[in-house]
Design a protein around this ligand. Structure first.
Ligand code: B1M
Length: 210
């Protein structure tokens, strides 16, 4: 089959077709990681470009995102199968006020695939929720995702909440998301920044291994 069809059907938001094509691609031997990095992620980048050019509006973004999730839902268990032994515990979430979760879900999946235990708080997660989840789970790392410039300050808020709870020394904080940069991580006192899902896994492993 022509794997490019996965890209094309994701861009136009045809979720049932993306599901079908993803299943077919796997049956024909395509690697789950390749389907994600070569077709699903570039499709969302294309959708973002069309949005910026005023060729797509919010409804198109939404249906494209649903189509991508349809593919990811099939791929997720396969990534988790490559699990070895637990590499550590991570609390992940999209920060308060922010509803974007595709990138965060990818990072979560890659972490699970790399053998981490992941507590996923979903979207719109307040600083106190991260602190409580860390306390309950004993996680060594918090991974924060933000896609909006207006929600980035909640990353700083989460670090402050950790400090106020007396937990800053035990928990490392890594941040990511399209508008986030290494410079911003340094500015707010985060322990690391990751531009994509693979580097998030690398960075978190580095921090846990010390
Ligand atoms: Co929104 N949106 N959106 N959106 N949306 C953006 C982010 C935007 C850049 C579009 C644009 O204007 N060009 C813009 C933000 C502008 C800004 O702040 N500077 C924007 C806007 C404005 C909005 C609304 C305000 C629109 C409106 O309502 N008027 C609204 C806000 C809602 C809210 O959150 N409160 C909104 C809504 C939505 C939808 C609901 C329609 C939908 C989200 C659906 C969903 O997530 N379930 C949506 C989408 C799909 C997008 C774009 C098109 C795509 C985002 C995406 O999923 N990318 C986006 C434009 C763009 O990014 N080009 C846009 C694919 C994903 C794989 O990449 O999330 O970057 P990404 O994740 C990467 C890395 O960043 C990194 O790894 C991932 C994998 O490589 N990463 C991490 C992410 N999190 C990490 C955490 C880590 C480490 C790495 O932890 C350590």
């Amino acid at each position: 089959m022509d794997l490019q069809q996965i890209f094309e059907n994701t861009v136009v938001g045809n979720a049932p077709r993306v599901k079908e094509l993803t299943q077919q691609a796997l049956a024909e031997g395509a690697a789950p990681g390749e389907i994600i990095s070569r077709y699903l992620i570039p499709a969302m980048a294309e959708v973002g470009d069309r949005f910026e050019r005023n060729e797509f509006y919010v409804p198109e973004l939404l249906i494209a995102a649903r189509a991508m999730q349809a593919g990811l839902a099939i791929l997720k268990p396969l990534l988790a199968e490559s699990d070895v032994n637990s590499s550590g515990k991570v609390v992940i979430g999209t920060v308060k006020g922010d509803l974007h979760d595709i990138g965060k879900n990818l990072v979560s999946m890659m972490l699970q695939g790399a053998g981490f235990e992941v507590v996923d708080l979903g979207v719109d997660a307040a600083p106190e929720k991260f602190v409580a989840a860390c306390r309950e789970s004993g996680a060594q790392v918090i991974a924060l995702s933000a896609l909006l410039t207006t929600t980035m300050p909640s990353m700083k808020g989460t670090i402050e909440a950790l400090r106020a709870a007396g937990m800053r020394e035990q928990v490392r904080v890594v941040i990511g998301g399209a508008p986030v940069t290494q410079r911003y991580a340094e500015e707010i006192g985060a322990d690391g920044y990751a531009p994509d899902a693979n580097s998030a896994v690398r960075k978190i492993r580095e921090l846990i291994e010390g």
